[in-house]
Design a protein around this ligand. Structure first.
Ligand code: SF4
Length: 72
């Protein structure tokens, strides 16, 4: 199974969309931005949905082995 590296960029505006779609994978930090709960995760549909739904395109997914961007 493929593993993904999950990053949230400073473009995050804390809209909460990813928290609603993937509350087991993201959490709001003290800095007012959302952060991934795990830097590397197995492929997860909820994470993909969150990345695709982020209004700021602030969620970056890359293949943890190859570094290639994950399409969503
Ligand atoms: S959906 Fe995007 S902008 Fe909204 S909290 Fe998550 S990372 Fe931030």
């Amino acid at each position: 199974m493929t593993s993904w590296r999950v990053e949230v960029t400073p473009d995050c505006i804390a809209s909460g969309v990813c928290l609603a779609l993937a509350g087991d994978d993201f959490a709001l930090g003290d800095d007012g931005r959302t952060h991934p709960l795990r830097e590397v995760t197995e492929e997860r549909e909820a994470v993909l949905d969150a990345a695709a739904s982020c209004p700021m395109e602030a969620i970056l997914l890359t293949d943890a082995t190859t570094g290639e961007p994950v399409d969503f």
